[in-house]
Design a protein around this ligand. Sequence first.
Ligand code: GUN
Length: 292
Amino acid sequence: MSAKIISGTKIAGQIREDLKKEISELKEKHGLIPGLVTILVGDDPASKIYVGQKEKACEKLEIYSRRIDLPPETTESALLSLIKELNKDAKIHGILVQLPLPKQIDQQRVIYAIDPSKDVDGFHPVNVGKMVVGEKSFLPCTPHGILELLVHSGIQTEGAEVVIVGRSNIVGKPLLNLMIQKRPAGNATVTICHTKTRDLSFHTKRADILIAAIGQPKAITRDMVKDGVVVIDVGVNRIGKTPEGKLILAGDVDFEGIKEKAAAITPVPGGVGPMTIVMLMKNTVEAAKMSL
Ligand code: GUN
């Protein structure tokens, strides 16, 4: 058996087409152009790439985008003042501060400073709380993208054993909360594994759906999964460069080893990544609609 490859690129493209229609309707009917600001503090190469991808996605959809690059030594109070201004800026409907932030800045304080109605990352505790109780809110983009991948691929989650490896605030914790809910791509029995899990393989082998968000290349190997598993790989790890200088990426999962055993698997790149970006666009359009 060779796994079905779940193409995030293709599914994100379909969602983008729907968004295009919504955006042109907003423009025609209300003269409203959704606006997103991305703030990058410092010069982390990976973060630079991610912010660049978000800008490009805005361009493609004719979403107004503003990029603010700040030096690594930026103070917390300077960043908080900037956010205060952007909260009041009528052209801006979504504010995204790329994480991680430099050490001198308290990440949580920055997240708290963003107006929850502009928090298109879904990181503000008001949005996190709403998400946990199943109220309408901005959902964090990567978990939301994973839910959409599962729905669009026709993967049944009801009653499924879902094992998530990784307990971050950005991926693992929100996914756990969403997938236990009575909602599309929900109704699952969810286990979270993390660095202190005693026997990781014991859990991963039980998974009908395995979601890896570890941040270590090829950490999940063929012997750790059962036949017919569905694998969602959230990892984007740089493992080298081609002679031409192009980055070589690997997921958290040993794709080549597992694809013969799995029923379906997401590739890296082209799996979860494009979904994260298109869900950010969707949240930005949602935020613009809320401003009407
Ligand atoms: N860093 C890694 N993932 C994300 C994300 O989804 N949003 C932000 N703001 N920073 C990140």
